[in-house]
Ligand binder design. Structure first.
Ligand SMILES: N[C@@H](CCC(=O)N[C@@H](CS)C(=O)NCC(=O)O)C(=O)O
Length: 292
């Protein structure tokens, strides 16, 4: 079975990394079985970034390369019926969100002084106090350098949020009133938009983009729709049974019905019908008395 390496859950998110959440969303939507191993240190990943998978003796890193590998090996159940044009739109949207909009999230989470202590104490909480501040300071410095090299780090926070707005609004307009990016069914191209939008909504990091997403019915219902499709399974069940009260000889047909929502709760209704033996009549619900 595929072993999926992900970060430990944080900030009320299944995974606070959009790329890890993207891959898990794909695995769930495609119905591929996997087991999860938590890894909090990305330096242990083959390319120094999460996620990665092991499949037998193969190790594959990078969410997009992993998805191509999975499609080659296990088929492409989410790609049936997609035209070349739809795939091109999916690819363009995915690349915009992964290669640019993602950095708007990174900039706000890691460079915003209001958010830094939250990140530091959640993700680096296992490092003792003084050392934690020092190591975190070095990580921030390296990230800043990396973001400058990428180009995004050359801009002001306001300019970076403007890039984010333009991208999110473009996505919102392409989605329009379709349930999923490419139509009525989810495709691999819904995995990253969902993962990124859901991460923008992570509770500890409110910002202008998360305000926009929560005010947009199109975007907030899209997040809920993909979430439900990928992660919530509902099982309906009905168990009939028969019991007999030896004293009154009454037979009770019992039943249990309900639903099991995964992850979540078991919802059960139960009840019984009494079939009275001759000479008995029911005097009140569920009980039987002999007629004298
Ligand atoms: N292109 C990669 C990007 C993965 C990525 O950026 N992962 C981030 C978490 S969202 C990471 O592991 N960063 C750790 C680091 O850069 O040190 C993919 O699609 O998997």
């Amino acid at each position: 079975m595929i072993e999926f390496f992900k970060f430990p859950s944080a900030f009320g998110m299944r995974d606070a990394s959009p790329f890890v959440l993207k891959l898990e969303t794909y695995l769930r939507l495609a119905g591929i079985e996997y087991k999860t191993t938590e890894e909090s240190d990305p330096r242990k990943a083959p390319k120094g970034k999460m996620p990665f998978i092991k499949d037998g003796d193969r190790t594959v890193a990078d969410s997009s390369i992993i998805i191509s590998y999975l499609k080659d090996k296990y088929g492409d159940p989410l790609g049936k019926g997609l035209s070349a044009e739809q795939r091109a739109i999916g690819h363009a949207v995915k690349t915009m969100l992964e290669e640019r909009t993602y950095w708007v999230l990174v900039n706000d989470r890691w460079m915003n002084p209001k958010n830094q202590p939250i990140i530091r104490d959640t993700w680096f909480g296992m490092i003792p106090g003084f050392m934690r501040g020092f190591i975190f300071g070095k990580i921030i410095k390296d990230m800043k350098k990396g973001m400058e090299g990428h180009g995004i780090g050359k801009h002001s926070d306001e300019e970076i949020f403007e890039f984010g707005f333009a991208d999110i609004k473009a996505f919102e307009n392409i989605l329009g009133d379709k349930p999923y990016l490419l139509g009525d069914s989810p495709s691999e191209y819904d995995a990253f938009p969902y993962a990124l939008l859901a991460n923008f909504m992570a509770e500890p990091f409110p910002n202008v983009i998360s305000d926009y997403i929560s005010a947009s019915k199109t975007l907030s219902s899209y997040i809920a729709r993909v979430e439900k499709k990928a992660f919530v399974s509902v099982f309906l069940f009905w168990f009939p049974g028969l019991t007999r009260d030896p004293e009154s000889k009454t037979q009770f047909f019992t039943w249990r019905a309900g639903s099991w929502v995964k992850p979540g709760n078991l919802f059960v209704l139960e009840g019984q019908f009494a079939r009275l033996p001759q000479g008995f009549e029911q005097s009140n619900a569920g009980a039987a008395d002999q007629v004298k």
